[in-house]
Design a protein around this ligand. Structure first.
Ligand code: EPZ
Length: 426
């Protein structure tokens, strides 16, 4: 396995180009299963997770080719309907093949994802929703066997809580159902909106994009897609926080600031200066002249979009360990998303966890000092990178395969911003 070595204490400055969104690319790749033909997806990030998803589809007979950031996917010869445990256990987003496979073939056999570092990650909303559309779902041996004779029938589906992939799976299932389907309390994340745009571009009839109520008029057939992946708002937020944490000033480009409403307000609340254009965000230090003054302690509570994103909770916590005050961080989406706390404490952070709440006591004066730490999940890993960049001395992060799931060209992008960072065999 590889580890990441960081010589910390250097400020990050300059520009970094944001890649396509991992959490949009994954559902949109699955949507190509819905209809035969050559689909085009643009601005697709080349990540461990997108490669895993493409391997899954390859096992089902789908052909694909990449030229730079353009993916051509031909699902004409789809000849399989199973997503095996070996693949699904490494990437729970594999469950996103469930809806499209049942819609295209009338059947699917998908392994239950099982838990991951951040929580149990059940898929009961996905299954209940499919059953409301007329699909028979049988759970046995850690797999869900879904099947239907004929077309799905539209229905009203209410989510007990907004589920991003639950909304996406049922959108893909319902677009060719008989009649009207309404998804209530649906997820409003921009990645769901990207899928709505792709499906409507294929001939689907979905209304309510960006709201918690999606209405789908079933259509008889769909055309192959030609669709661009939206910028990765979580990657953009991660780099803004990294630049801020190291006392630098910088700009993320090719992003969509309107997808980061909560983060930008919270960064402003710490005293940082944030400037937006329609495709860039610039962050400057509180007193603006390049001097990194201590940041104000600021509270966050993670919520479904447009609330503060859970995928940027660990990164903000790393920033707050450097503030001059106390911050209360409340994680309401996942039951175990504080795995980064113990690792941040090894770097000198002062954090107390009580259930779903972490209290961070800033250590602005003496800051953090480098140490050996271990990545546990994708976003926790990025908070360790941020802390390592800000810490004095050397930080070594093991198990960085977690990082490579969601951050394209991480070492190149950090190096271009002025970081001293490289990979070594662990
Ligand atoms: C998506 O996961 C993202 N993954 C996650 O990003 C993100 O953290 C999460 O949404 C929340 O924003 C992808 O889009 C591929 P949920 P998802 O269903 O869809 C509960 C990353 O780092 N729930 O919105 O799996 C669930 O337990 C990843 O990129 C059920 O109870 O999350 C959680 O508490 C991590 N039953 C809440 O809903 C269900 O059937 C929200 O989960 C489904 C979900």
């Amino acid at each position: 396995m590889e580890k990441l070595i960081i010589e910390g204490g250097k400020s990050l400055n300059g520009e970094v180009r944001i890649s396509g969104a991992k959490n949009a690319a994954l559902p949109l790749i699955c949507a190509t299963l819905l209809t035969p033909g050559k689909h085009i997806l643009r601005n697709v990030p080349d990540l461990r997770d997108t490669r895993t998803m493409l391997r899954l589809l390859e096992n089902l007979g789908v052909r694909h080719a990449r030229k730079d950031d353009v993916l051509t996917i031909d699902s004409s010869d789809l000849n399989g309907s199973e997503a095996s445990y070996d693949l699904v256990k490494t990437m729970r987003a594999s469950v996103l093949v469930l809806g499209p496979l049942v819609a295209r073939l009338g059947k699917a056999r998908v392994s239950l994802p099982g838990g991951c570092a951040i929580g149990a990650r059940p898929i009961n909303f996905h299954i209940t929703g499919l059953e409301l559309l007329g699909v028979k779902c049988h759970l046995e041996g850690g797999y869900v066997d879904a099947a239907i004779d004929g077309r799905m029938q539209g229905n009203v589906i209410y989510f007990d809580m907004p589920s991003v992939t639950g909304t996406e799976n049922l959108l893909m299932a319902a677009v060719q159902a008989e009649g009207t389907t309404v998804l209530k309390n649906a997820a409003r994340e921009p990645e769901v909106g990207n899928l709505v745009d792709m499906l409507n571009g294929m001939g689907a009839r979905i209304e309510g994009k960006g709201t918690d109520r999606l209405t789908i008029e079933g259509v008889e057939s769909l055309q192959p897609a030609d669709c661009a992946i939206i910028p990765d708002r979580i990657e953009a937020g991660t780099y803004l926080i990294a630049i801020a944490a190291t006392g630098g000033e910088g700009t993320v480009t090719h992003c969509n600031p309107s997808h980061l409403p909560a983060l930008l307000e919270k960064l402003r609340a710490t005293g940082l200066k944030i400037e937006e254009t329609d495709s860039t965000v610039t962050v400057r230090q509180p007193n603006g002249n390049g001097q990194s003054g201590p940041l104000k302690g600021t509270d966050i509570k993670t919520l479904p979009y447009p609330g503060y994103p859970t995928d940027l909770q660990a990164q903000f916590m790393a920033l707050m360990t450097l503030s001059s005050g106390v911050s209360v961080i409340n994680e309401t989406i996942f039951e175990n998303r504080f795995m980064h706390v113990a690792e941040l404490q090894r770097l000198g952070a002062e954090i107390q966890v009580d259930g779903h709440t972490a209290v961070v006591k800033g250590a602005a004066m003496d800051g953090l000092s480098g140490a050996r730490v271990m990545a546990t999940d994708l976003r926790a890993s990025s908070s360790l990178v941020i802390a390592g960049l800000a810490a004095s001395g050397r930080t070594e992060i093991s198990r960085i395969y977690h990082l490579e799931r969601g951050y394209e060209n991480l070492v190149d992008k950090l190096t271009a911003l002025g970081a001293t960072v490289w990979k070594e065999q662990d």
